[in-house]
Design a protein around this ligand. Structure first.
Ligand SMILES: Cc1cc2nc3c(=O)[nH]c(=O)nc-3n(C[C@H](O)[C@H](O)[C@H](O)COP(=O)(O)OP(=O)(O)OC[C@H]3O[C@@H](n4cnc5c(N)ncnc54)[C@H](O)[C@@H]3O)c2cc1C
Length: 377
């Protein structure tokens, strides 16, 4: 384990190395423990900690959008479930850094330095069973649970949202998993992203302290942070598209089909699709991580970037299926599970609303930052 006093690990060199040695996820239905251990040893889980706490500030300090994009895209190239687990870890630590106090951040940093993965569990079960906080004198007790919890049963810590009747609003809690939680699979499993082990967690009966509450009521939904974070899952997803393009290239060559004009045209389209997504994400990552532009512009830009990445990934999947044919559906072809993972991961909340709101913003504001400056496009 790297201590907080060591020189920061070169996580990008480590990722390159892991890719070169084809770090594999041997069983798509299991938590990728060995791969996660390798990432931990490479300093990947530590990198999102703020620099003052032994990390590199990736995702938690302003101005590091492009570095964070490289990290998440690089992870997506290795494995989408692995990337999703680290993305959630980054998101959770960002919330602690942004809304927590020094004691929260110290607790979180100690957890990371001890090798823990963090989860961010904010989705309530539909109908009854949402997570609630009950006051019992000075102590607090939880009832209910969370759905779609990536890393359930494997994350050592989680940031969760819970309803607090005391203020009639959602609070953020920083919780250490101590075995008092009931972890179970989703009633019906997802067809892709199985290795992210997205399950459900029932916290009923768990006791928490008042200082496990982070920040103020309603902080989780505070804009622009709430919407601006969406670019990070897109970054991982786009890494998956990159891998898909690599596999397409390799398989076309292996089948001596790379010189066919139709195959070339499709390969060209997938390369252009990836580049489109990359340019959108660079723009969104810089803007979202600096948080300097007007909040509505950040939200609209990240929204468009997210939808642009969704579009290019869906186009990429179609191009690969046309190019490799039925072979891309054979379960021993890595393309098959990658496409399933990517299709699943792309299902992020409220896509229509994001497009509606982003288009609404740009109907009344310059829709290109350079619209009023011909000299700088
Ligand atoms: C791989 C994976 C891992 C995940 N891990 C976690 C995790 O660790 N923690 C966590 O909290 N969550 C997690 N989630 C869940 C995630 O946060 C969202 O809940 C989920 O992605 C929502 O996707 P959806 O397509 O069902 O969204 P929805 O918002 O339900 O969208 C489905 C469709 O309905 C439309 N729609 C949305 N709202 C309305 C409305 N009011 N009226 C009409 N139409 C509407 C949308 O535009 C879209 O067309 C995970 C999801 C995935 C895919």
């Amino acid at each position: 384990m790297t201590s907080s006093h060591d020189k920061p690990a070169d996580v990008f060199a480590a990722l390159k190395h892991l890719r070169a040695e084809k770090l594999a996820i041997p069983d798509e239905a299991q938590f990728p423990k060995t791969a996660m251990d390798r990432l931990t040893a490479a300093g990947v889980l530590q990198a999102p900690l703020p620099r003052a706490y032994g990390g590199q500030g990736l995702g938690t300090e302003p101005g590091l959008g492009l570095e964070t994009l490289s990290l998440l895209h690089g992870l997506g190239r290795i494995s989408l479930p692995l990337g999703r687990l680290v993305e959630a870890h980054v998101n959770a630590l960002r919330i602690v850094a942004r809304y927590g106090d020094a004691a929260h951040m110290t607790k979180a940093a100690d957890g990371v330095l001890a090798g823990s993965l963090f989860g961010l569990w904010v989705t309530d079960p539909s109908g009854q069973g949402e997570l609630n906080i009950h006051a019992q004198g000075d102590a607090l007790r939880l009832t209910g649970g969370k759905m779609f919890c990536s890393g359930a049963g494997h994350a050592g810590w989680a940031v969760v949202t819970a309803f607090d009747p005391g203020c009639a609003d959602q609070r953020l809690l920083l919780l250490r998993m101590d075995g008092s939680e009931q972890v179970s699979p989703l009633p019906a499993g997802l067809s892709g992203m199985k290795a992210a082990v997205t399950g459900q967690v029932d916290f009923t009966g768990k006791h928490v302290a008042r200082n496990d509450i982070i920040g103020l009521a309603g902080d989780y939904l505070k804009e622009p942070d709430f919407s601006a974070g969406a670019w990070r899952s897109s970054a991982v997803a786009l890494g998956g598209l990159f891998r898909l393009a690599e596999l397409l290239r390799d398989q076309l060559k292996a089948r001596s089909r790379a010189d066919d004009p139709h195959q070339r045209a499709r390969f060209g389209q997938i390369v252009m699709a990836h580049e489109t997504g990359r340019l959108w994400l660079r723009h969104a990552a810089v803007m979202a991580e600096k948080l300097e532009a007007p909040p509505e512009e950040i939200i609209a830009t990240v929204g468009f970037a997210r939808l642009a990445v969704e579009r290019v990934c869906l186009d990429g999947i179609e191009l690969v299926q046309r190019s490799l044919g039925l072979g891309s559906f054979l379960t021993d072809n890595p393309v098959e599970s990658l496409m399933r993972d990517l299709q699943t991961y792309l299902r992020q909340p409220a896509a229509d609303e994001v497009l509606h709101n982003a288009a609404g913003y740009f109907l009344s504001h310059a829709f290109c930052a350079k619209e009023n400056n011909d000299a700088d496009v």
